[in-house]
Every structure is written in structure tokens, then in C-alpha cells.
Design a protein around this ligand. Structure first.
Ligand code: PBG
Length: 327
């Protein structure tokens, strides 16, 4: 019985069985594109749980080494290292010290896994300053862009020397990619790459991360991170970072900024990364713990959406969970 009042085009046909849906899926996640961010804290004797990021810990150097090994065995695409020093000061000295905790962590991981995954390190001052800002402060309390660049240049050399493959420039200082690129090249580190946090928004979703790094920040980062209201300046930031020599560009956070991921993926001729940040993790974990959301489906749906938007590399605290679910 046919009649023109019924549809002749029926999209539901291709949704009827799991096999049909699998055949026509446009987006597939793969372990190799997932990067696991991981925290290490100086002076710990045991791994310490992070209250606002259930299931995650601040590692000791020894437990970091083991976790890196396991992540690589699971097939993760990369590791992004963050370190919490014992001593902080106004200029973030521990961040440039060749024996600082981040440099030691990079060395341990490099020794453990070599080139079998991509070792990335956070290049920013906020973990190392006593005021918690991503740069050094002027007398009036404002973040001093160009004085900060000098320190980023030194941090870059310390991290490159320790063995990082990619430096994650997350401080949002103007000119940071070019400055670090020149510092690396001048010191013979032409092969150390730069993952530029090109479009990094001043986001409430970094809240749990600040617990993870014991942040001392009192104010906010609105004078250097982007306003969530703006899209055009994300394109400017990407254009500048690429001109300055960025090897990959990243959007952060991910889920509330998928329009930005898409716009950048449409124009950038380098891989686009997206960072599913601590607050995105915590929201789902909290809802799942209450039985309000299916955790595993949420992990796969959020990651698939980020990839569909145009990210080819995704930083996620669920990297290993996702790999297990894909297995
Ligand atoms: C800066 C940095 C931050 C994050 C990654 N790198 C904190 C910030 O900008 O306040 C946040 C990551 C997350 O929330 O998961 N070193």
C-alpha cells in the first residue's frame, strides 16, 4: 500500500540494525588519537586521590612511571604531563630548574616509554608560581607578557632537554609560540614540536584541575585567556600561532566550544586538538555517581562529538576508559 502521504525517503532504514549503523558511521574513535593528561606531585610518598576528579590521582614519580607504562601498553596516543612542585615562588623558578619536578617527570617517562608514545609537557607558569598566575606579575599586579616570554623560553629548553616531544604552550601570552620556537631553534632543539593552546578560553570548567595542581590562584585569568563570548579572536589566535610556528593547534575546553573546533578545523592546515577538560570530566563523573547518566555512553558520546566537530587529537582524562570501551 503506497500513497504519497507517506515518505519515500526514509533515513531510518540505515539506523535499523547495529550492523547498518556501524557501516554508515562517519566518525570512529581510535586509541592513537587520544592523549592522557597525568599529574605528578613532588614529595608525595603515595599517589593522592584528587577529590574533584574521582578516579584520578596526583602521582609520585614511581607511580607516574608505572601509569605511563600502562597507558602505552593500552595504546594511548600521547601523555600530557603536569607537575606540582614542593616550593613555589613569584617567578616560578621550579619550572625552569633542570631538576624541577616536571623535568624529572619527563625524564622518568622518557626513560620508561622512549618514543613509543608522544610525551607532551605543560609549558606554563601557573603550577610553579605562588600567586597561581600563568605569568610573572608587574608591580601593579598585572601579568607581564614579555617578561613571561623570557621564562617560557627557559622552560622550553628545560623540557626539551628532559626529552619532551611536544611542548604544550598553555599560558596564552601574546607571541609565546614564536618566542619559544626561536629559543628552541637557537639551542639546537629544532625537532621539539609545539602544541599551541591557540584558543584557550577563560573557563569555569578548569575548576577541578586547579585542585589537581593545588592552585593558589585568587583572581581569574580573564586578561590573558579568551572571553567565552568570542569566536573571531580564536581564528586570530590560530593564525598568529601558525605564523609563529605551531605544529598543532588546540581548542580548550572542548564541549562548550565545538563551534570553534569546527571553524578552526575548516581552515587550519595542521592537526587540530581539543581538550576535554577537568570540569567536563567531573560533571559526567558526578552525574554518573548519582545514577543520573550512563557514564560509559557519556564518555563515548562526548569524545565522538569532539571528533565529529573536527578534532583529530583529543586530550581526555578518560583516554584509557575510552580505549577499554572501544576494545
Ligand atoms: C595551565 C593549564 C590549565 C589547564 C591546563 N593547563 C589551567 C588553567 O588555565 O587554569 C586546565 C586543564 C583542565 O581543566 O583539565 N597550566
Amino acid at each position: 500500500m503506497t500513497s504519497s502521504q507517506y515518505p519515500n525517503v526514509r533515513p531510518r532504514r540505515l539506523r535499523r540494525t547495529p550492523a547498518l549503523r556501524r557501516l554508515v558511521a562517519e566518525t570512529r574513535l581510535h586509541p592513537a588519537e587520544l592523549v592522557l593528561p597525568i599529574f605528578v606531585k613532588e614529595g608525595l610518598s603515595e599517589p593522592a586521590p584528587i577529590a574533584s576528579m574521582p578516579g584520578l590521582v596526583q602521582h609520585t614519580l614511581a607511580s607516574l612511571r608505572k601509569a605511563a607504562h600502562e597507558a602505552v601498553a593500552a595504546g594511548v596516543g600521547g601523555l600530557m604531563l603536569y607537575a606540582v612542585p614542593e616550593e613555589r615562588d613569584a617567578i616560578g623558578s621550579a619550572g625552569v630548574d633542570p631538576d624541577g619536578i616536571l623535568q624529572r617527570a619527563i625524564r622518568e617517562v622518557a626513560d620508561e616509554v622512549g618514543d613509543s608514545t608522544v610525551i607532551m609537557s605543560d609549558l606554563c607558569l601557573d603550577e610553579f608560581t605562588d600567586h597561581g598566575h600563568c605569568g610573572v606579575l608587574r608591580a601593579d599586579g598585572a601579568v607581564d607578557n614579555d617578561a613571561t616570554l623570557e621564562i617560557y623560553g627557559e622552560m622550553a629548553l628545560a623540557q626539551a632537554q628532559a626529552g619532551a616531544h611536544l611542548l604544550g604552550l598553555s599560558g596564552m601570552m601574546d607571541g609565546q609560540v614564536g618566542f619559544v620556537r626561536r629559543a628552541l631553534d637557537a639551542a639546537g632543539y629544532q625537532d621539539t614540536g609545539i602544541l599551541a593552546y591557540a584558543a584557550k578560553y577563560s573557563s569555569v570548567f578548569y575548576g577541578p584541575f586547579r585542585d589537581a595542581v593545588d592552585s593558589q590562584l585568587k583572581g581569574d585569568r580573564k586578561t590573558y585567556q579568551q572571553d567565552p563570548a568570542n569566536g573571531i579572536e580564536a581564528l586570530l589566535e590560530v593564525r598568529l600561532d601558525l605564523a609563529e610556528g605551531a605544529d598543532l593547534v588546540m581548542v580548550k575546553p572542548a564541549m562548550s566550544y565545538l563551534d570553534i573546533v569546527r571553524q578552526i578545523a575548516d581552515v587550519a592546515q595542521v592537526p587540530v586538538a581539543a581538550y576535554q577538560v577537568s570540569g567536563e570530566y567531573a560533571m559526567v563523573e558526578a552525574a554518573a555517581a548519582n545514577g543520573w547518566i550512563d557514564r560509559e555512553r557519556a564518555i563515548l558520546e562526548t569524545l565522538t562529538s569532539i571528533k565529529r566537530a573536527g578534532a583529530s587529537v583529543i586530550l581526555s582524562y578518560w583516554a584509557l576508559d575510552a580505549i577499554r570501551l572501544l576494545g
